[in-house]
Write a protein that binds this ligand. Structure first.
Ligand code: ADP
Length: 276
């Protein structure tokens, strides 16, 4: 049977733990055919690892989308997009592609950097992306921004934020508590518009987890493309990223990527799912 085609619209991370590189590796591990439309290139200062984000010229961005649309992806994922114009075009491209599934990872900051990429982007994501999203995958910070609730500190806060983001149009919402929730376990909160579920794994090392968020959203996209229900897609994506994080490794003094192949090559990790 032919592989399902999945398209990521995202930034490039030369260190390749995150961004479109993480997406492509994850798509490959999960038996899909990955394609890319690049929105920006992120480079790091070798001495300080501070990030520089360079958007691609809009015309060049758009030409890639036209190519990808002509191929006809089964599922589309967005990652770092960079400007309102690019966000709007990404939403249109999903519709024009005829793809069945749309996973919106509402990236607002690069990990380790605290500057929000462009404050206007939050409104643009709410307007152009969330109403089309099959699943959106904000982390705790992004969910606080999208919902307008600010700092989220508990599963109850996450439930409130998930409801607001669902009302903004996303069919399914998964808020990643990750390490930011500051608990002994790793909790994510999933809401399908009807029920809330808490997804839990052990908390693994937190030093070498570069690319965890991209990898989680990419795994969700591949799982949807392969016919899993949204709930199964996020539960299995959490298992995938948990293995990747547990086996994260040190690249240099600044960064350590997750191991995108750990789920298939090393171990599968159990995810506990309970309604809350
Ligand atoms: P982002 O990169 O967007 O901030 P996170 O790193 O918060 O995303 O989360 C990605 C996924 O990895 C989520 O399912 C989250 O719960 C999980 N996760 C993050 N850190 C850890 C950790 N140290 N151990 C286990 N799971 C983690």
């Amino acid at each position: 049977m032919a592989l399902k085609k999945v398209l990521t619209i995202a930034g490039s991370d030369t260190s390749a733990g995150a961004g479109m590189q993480a997406d492509l590796k994850t798509f490959q591990e999960l038996d899909t055919y990955g394609m890319v439309a690049l929105a920006a290139v992120v480079t790091m200062d070798p001495k300080t690892w501070s990030h520089d984000v360079t958007p691609l010229p809009f015309d060049l961005f758009n030409k890639q989308l036209e190519t990808a649309i002509s191929i006809g992806p089964d599922a589309v994922k967005t990652g770092m997009l960079g400007s309102e114009e690019i966000i709007k075009r990404a939403g249109e491209a999903f519709t024009e592609s005829g793809a069945k599934y749309f996973v919106v990872d509402p990236v607002m900051v690069c990990k380790g950097e605290d500057e929000v990429l462009n404050p206007g982007n939050t409104d643009a994501m709410i307007k152009y992306l969330l109403p089309k999203a099959t699943v959106t995958t904000p982390n705790l910070f992004e969910a606080g921004q999208l919902s307008g609730l600010g700092t989220l500190k508990s599963i109850d806060d996450m439930k409130k934020a998930a409801k607001i983001i669902h009302d903004q149009g996303a069919e399914n919402v998964i808020i990643k508590g990750g390490k930011a929730l500051d608990q002994d376990k790793s909790y994510d909160l999933y809401y399908d518009g009807d029920k809330y579920y808490q997804l839990t794994t052990d908390m693994f090392q937190q030093s070498y987890n570069h690319g965890a968020g991209c990898t989680f959203a990419a795994a969700t996209t591949a799982n949807l493309a392969n016919g899993q229900s949204p709930k199964d897609a996020v539960v299995n994506a959490k298992a995938f990223v948990a293995s990747a994080i547990k086996n994260g490794w040190k690249m240099n003094e600044f960064v350590g990527p997750v191991d995108h192949g750990a789920y298939n090559r090393i171990e599968k990790i159990d995810v506990d799912v309970k309604e809350v």
